[in-house]
Design a protein around this ligand. Structure first.
Ligand SMILES: NC(=O)c1ccc[n+]([C@@H]2O[C@H](COP(=O)([O-])OP(=O)(O)OC[C@H]3O[C@@H](n4cnc5c(N)ncnc54)[C@H](OP(=O)(O)O)[C@@H]3O)[C@@H](O)[C@H]2O)c1
Length: 336
């Protein structure tokens, strides 16, 4: 019997956005403990750009197809999966394989999509909202009344972090952004201060805003280039959580200051964590955060919805830092 195929974004080798094209790929099967999802929408994450260039391979056993999250409808369940039914609307992290008509995902990481939420908005939630929440609250332990500095405030992760810090704190939120438009968007989401990092020294500005105390938590995706300025404006007992390396991976560290200031530097990735750990994180997110999307207290920020066929253009937009919030790839517009 011929293998079932599906529409998917495939890559002609590694390289720039031009290696992406729509094609055919084998349809995945739900393995033990998994469900097969008919994908309504997926989204572009910064990591996809690195995977496309060959610098961020999927974890062993995961699909080679790009895409770290999907929202859609359960098409089939493997034996032993309970609590879910064919036809349920779900969203979930996937280790890979999101840019396609079907994706297989562990049942344990599924989140329900409430009727107030359409599947396009749901596709903007799991990767960046779980990342923001996990790192700001579980890893760095932001407490009400503390000050949070979010780099890339208008990014997918940043727009989630601002809203979460306001809803679950409240905390004072300072962001760094690359343009006045992005600053305005962050303020509209609740950020108290937006620093244009191309025009001013963010570290000095954070110290001014906090009357020399510094930020209690910094969510950073720049890495090496920001290590020194981040630690210069991190408060006593402050926590720096590093989730990306857009500014490089190697830097010098003044360990003496680290000790005197009782600083903690936390490195964190989501994709590489084992399924059991992702399932626990998803369960806690479901209990503590998900209901706030149903009430409208939290809202995913979507820059643009493009058809799956325009994955290349979506990558170009993200590479140009043109997006405020998420770039969604709609796979099947009949699924809502
Ligand atoms: N560790 C994890 O588990 C995890 C999970 C998800 C995401 N991440 C990371 O979190 C970051 C945000 O992800 P995303 O998908 O939300 O990204 P995104 O929407 O593409 O936003 C990233 C933003 O960072 C800013 N930026 C880019 N290069 C920069 C540089 N060299 N220096 C300073 N700012 C720069 C740009 O904003 P401006 O125009 O304002 O400069 C850009 O729009 C990425 O680095 C991603 O890899 C990590």
């Amino acid at each position: 019997m011929a293998e079932a195929t599906m529409r998917a974004v495939v890559m002609d080798g590694f390289g720039g956005p031009e290696v992406l094209r729509i094609g055919e790929a084998p349809r995945p099967r739900a393995g033990p403990g998994q469900v097969l999802i008919r994908v309504a929408a997926t989204s572009v994450n910064r990591a996809d750009l690195q995977q496309r260039t060959g610098n961020y391979p999927p974890p062993p056993g995961e699909s080679e197809i790009l895409g770290l999250e999907v929202a859609g409808v359960i098409e089939a369940l493997s034996e032993g999966v309970s609590g879910w039914q064919v036809g349920d609307r779900v969203m979930t992290l996937v280790g890979g394989g999101g840019y396609a008509e079907y994706a297989a995902a562990p049942a344990s990481t599924l989140l329900p999509v409430h009727r107030n939420l359409d599947l396009v908005r749901a596709a903007a939630i799991t990767e960046v909202w779980i990342t923001a929440w996990l790192n700001v609250f579980l890893e760095a332990g932001l407490r009400p009344g503390e000050t949070l500095l979010v780099h890339g405030g208008a990014s997918g992760v940043g727009t989630a972090a601002i809203q979460l810090a306001k809803a679950l704190g409240p905390s004072r939120v300072i962001v760094t952004v690359g343009s006045e438009d992005k600053a305005a968007a962050c303020r509209a989401l609740g950020a108290d201060h937006a620093i244009l990092y191309k025009d001013e020294d963010f570290s000095k500005r954070v110290l001014e805003i906090t009357e020399k105390r510094g930020a209690n938590v910094i969510l950073d995706h720049i890495g090496a280039a920001y290590l020194e300025p981040n630690l210069s404006c991190l408060a006593l007992y402050g926590r720096l959580v590093i989730i990306g390396l857009l500014g490089g991976a190697k830097a010098e560290l003044n360990i003496g200051r680290l000790m005197v200031k009782r600083h903690r530097i936390i490195g964190s990735v989501l994709r590489a964590r084992p399924v059991e750990e992702k399932a626990k994180i998803a369960e806690a997110f479901r209990d503590q955060v998900l209901g706030r999307f149903e009430t409208g207290e939290l809202e995913p920020v979507i820059h643009e919805v493009l058809p799956l066929e325009q994955a290349r253009r979506a990558h170009e937009l993200m590479a140009a830092n043109a997006n405020t919030g998420k770039l969604i790839l709609q796979v099947d517009s009949t699924l809502t």
